[in-house]
Each structure stands twice: as C-alpha cells, then as structure tokens.
Design a protein around this ligand. Sequence first.
Ligand code: CP3
Length: 348
Amino acid sequence: MNSSTKLLLDTLGNKKTPRMPFWFMRQAGRYLPEYRELRSRSKNFLEFCYTPTDASKATLQPIRRFGMDGAIIFSDILVVPHALGADVRFEEGHGPLLKPVQTMGDLDAFGMEGLNKKLSPVYEALKLTAAALPSETTLIGFAGAPWTLACYMVQGKAARDFEMVRSHAITQRSFFTRLMTLLTEAVTRHAINQIKAGAEVIQIFDSWAGNLSEEQFAEWVIAPTKQIVKDIKKAHPTIPIIGFPRLAGSKYVEYAKQTGVDAVTIDTSVSLAFAREALQPICVVQGNLDPLLLANDKDAMLTQAKRIISTLGDKPFVFNLGHGILPHTPVENMQALCQLLKNSSVNA
Ligand code: CP3
C-alpha cells in the first residue's frame, strides 16, 4: 500500500475518503491491561517515556487491539520543559509536579542546547514505531503549546484555572514574554525533530487555552501557535498540523482562521451545529465524543457517536474524543465504538 491509502492523512489533506478516520487522545494508557503490565515494569513515568522500546510498544498496543487510523507517539507534553532544564516529576495520584519558574533568574538556567540530545529517545521511539506500524496507519507526533506548558511551569502543578499564571502574564510581562519565546522556539524544534524521525502529522495540545480573555488568547494562544505553524511549514510544507485550543468556545473561529493549522480538535463542550456552521467551512474538524460517556454509558455513547458522524461526517472529518480517554474506561466500550467506526462509510 502507498501513502494514498492512509485515511487520516487524506482527510487532513481535505480529501473525501471511503470511511471516516478515527483515533483517540490518550489511546495508549491505563485503561488497557497490556499498558498497565508494561508500565508496571518501570519505576517512573518519565523514564518510561524516555525508553524508546517501551514508548514504541505502548504506542502500538491500541493499534494492535483496535486498529485506529492514527498512532500517537507515547510521550508527554512536559518532556519539552524537562529538556529545557525544568525539574519535572510525576507522582502517583498527583499528576505532574514541577519546580515553579517565576523570575528572570529562574529562566537563566534554561536553554535550548540540550534539547535535541535529551529528547533523542522520543525520536528513537518514533523511528521504531514508524518501522513497525501497519502501512495504512498514520504516525502522529505532538507537543504542548507554549501557553499550556507555561501554565505548568509557572504554577508548578495542575490547577483549577491557573489564575496565578494569568496574573503573572500581566504583572511580570518581560519575564513571561521571555518564557513564551523560549517555549515557542523549543516546541517548533521538537515538532520538526519528530517529523524528521517519522511523524506524519503534528498535534499541538493547548489544554488550558480556555481560561483566557479574548486579548490574552490572541497574544498567548494564537500568536505563538501561528509562529510555530509557520516555522514547521517552512521546513515541512506538506505535514498537516492539528491544533487543540481546549475550551476556547467561540474563539475557536479566530484560532482556525489565524493560526494556519490544517485542522482543529474540538472539545466536548463545542456544539455540533457550531462546528458544522462556523468551523467546517474554515478547516478540517476532529472530535468530540465525551470521554465520560465512553467510560460510563455504552448505549448513550454509541447514540452520541452516531449523531457526531451524521452531523459532521459529510465533510472531511476525523472522529476523536473531546479530551483524553479516562483510566476507568471499559475496554469493551472502546471495542464497541471502534466497531461502529470501522463500519461507518461516508456516502455523502
Ligand atoms: O494520547 C496518547 O496516547 C499519547 C500519550 C500522551 C500522554 N500525555 C501520556 C500520559 C499525551 C498526548 C499526553 C498529553 C498531555 N500531558 C497533556 C495534553 C492533553 C490533556 O490531557 O489535556 C497534558 C496536559 C499532559 C500533562 C500530564 N501528563 C498530566 C496532567 C498527567 C497526569 C494526569 C493523569 O492522567 O495521570 C500526565 C501523566 C500522563 N501522561 C499519563 C499518561 C498515559 C498517566 C501516567 C501513567 O500512565 O503512568
């Protein structure tokens, strides 16, 4: 088979395909028994991410079981701050913990020098995965967007709305601008390195894009993403880029118009009518089944999946969730969803 048989790549290139492609955010992870088994052999999560054979095996597990059209490389958005010099840890039950970065002095210790070398296991994992994937499956690389990475770096951990980070962006302007410039460059470099190692698509996760005012959204979400897209496209013009400004609401429109991304991932709160009327005329749309429905109610989940397919499926559309798969999701529900998607043909 040649690349023209890759449903995901074709759809992201705005082409009609015989069937709608699908993959899921966090498709490798704790809901899979084979992942829990593999993961239990490593002491810590970052070490697991930086072991190319493990990262590649974890990437392939859901593909072998369910046959998604896209395989997202197993890694984390926080490997970029880590490679820049941040102190990053993952503690069981706490999520990520970072030593907060809040002053110009804190930033002096950061630099781009070590990035390629520190992240070389991620690139190695991509190479191993590219060689092992079925020819019809598209390999997806990813990075966190600068705003979301800055949220974790300045706050030091997950927070409800990152209010402290938002005020830092206002009161410590030169510090914050310097941090965002550094992250914009690092994310671009990491994406380009992933493409060189075999990634055929890049998704940019801006998980905390939804907590900004219109003006801050333009400055800290749209502008850096636009720069990243421009610089990736300069080096690799044909690689599709998917942006995920989670919870951006009506601001999805300006994001889709201005950043230059080929597709947007819509979160679960985006109405299908809005996606159809306001977004599909601008770019390819991907999303947005509720991960809570997938985890908790198989019948309601299948009904909603059919609604998504019938509302958005007559344009180039990628079926996905509105956020990552939850750890308590029954494998059986995932199986039922994949079965439905494999059997759904687009006949518009
Ligand atoms: O999608 C995939 O299958 C690829 C792997 C992937 C992970 N993290 C693995 C992971 C991807 C794409 C990410 C992205 C990521 N990481 C985001 C953006 C998407 C989102 O969820 O908003 C964010 C914000 C992070 C940061 C992060 N990493 C958090 C907040 C946590 C803790 C939450 C949790 O689920 O425990 C992580 C840890 C993490 N990253 C795990 C996995 C599988 C769980 C740790 C484990 O399995 O041991």
